[in-house]
Design a protein. Structure first.
Length: 218
């Protein structure tokens, strides 16, 4: 028996209805101590691994969204498959304490993501830029994005309990932990931020706080 894993949640807080999963598989709720794991079962993993990636990922994330609508979750990557109930039980035995701590930590909060991008014109000399000019332009691009990211962080600081950033392409991606009831205010503050020409901020979410789970630590 192959088992496709969707997510783990606190058992006492995850009793709502969920849609069918990948390839229309029923989604089962299995309790393990204080945890509930959402999964589907099939005679072979081929049922899920053979599905087109886009189709499978869409159905997978619909299940995650349904559970996440009412409580914190720890999602698995698609497709994470274990070989039967024994292997699932062994996994949960080994990770239950860590999962429980992370779920309690983010019980009432979510993750929001803000992508700050500089889209200003890039100058060229004779249609090409020299290596030195490219580096200068890159520095200017990142300086503009970094300044906007700092303004955003300052504007939402009273709402975000944690904050992390990554450099991506021509901008900066920031991750914030926010209480569920403060999501609308966070987005409103970001929307009203005064930005220089060529800089945009796009906020997405709420999502599970995957950037802050740190599941590799004990």
């Amino acid at each position: 028996m192959a088992i496709l894993l969707y997510c783990v949640a606190e058992a006492a807080r995850s009793r709502g209805r969920v849609p069918r999963g990948v390839r229309g598989s029923p989604v089962l709720r299995r309790e393990h101590g204080s945890l509930a794991v959402f999964c589907s079962e099939a005679p072979s993993a081929d049922l899920w691994t053979g599905v087109p990636v886009r189709e499978g990922a869409l159905a997978f994330h619909q299940v995650l969204e349904a559970v996440f609508g009412s409580t914190a979750i720890i999602p698995f990557r698609f497709p994470t498959v274990v070989a039967g109930a024994r292997q699932l039980r062994e996994h949960l035995d080994a990770r239950a304490s860590l999962y429980a701590m992370r779920l309690e930590r983010f019980r009432t909060s979510v993750q929001l993501e803000a992508l700050v991008i500089y889209s200003g014109e890039v100058s060229r000399i004779g249609g090409m830029s020299s290596g030195a000019e490219y580096l200068r332009e890159r520095q200017e691009t990142m300086a503009a994005a970094r300044h906007a990211a700092e303004k955003l962080q300052a504007a939402v600081a009273p709402l975000a309990s944690e904050w992390r950033t990554r450099i991506v392409g021509k901008g900066i991606r920031s991750f914030a932990v926010v209480e569920r009831q403060l999501v609308t205010e966070f987005k409103e503050r970001a929307r009203n931020l005064l930005l220089p020409p060529g800089v945009t901020v796009r906020v997405s979410g709420p999502w599970p706080a995957t950037e802050f789970l740190d599941l590799s630590s004990n």
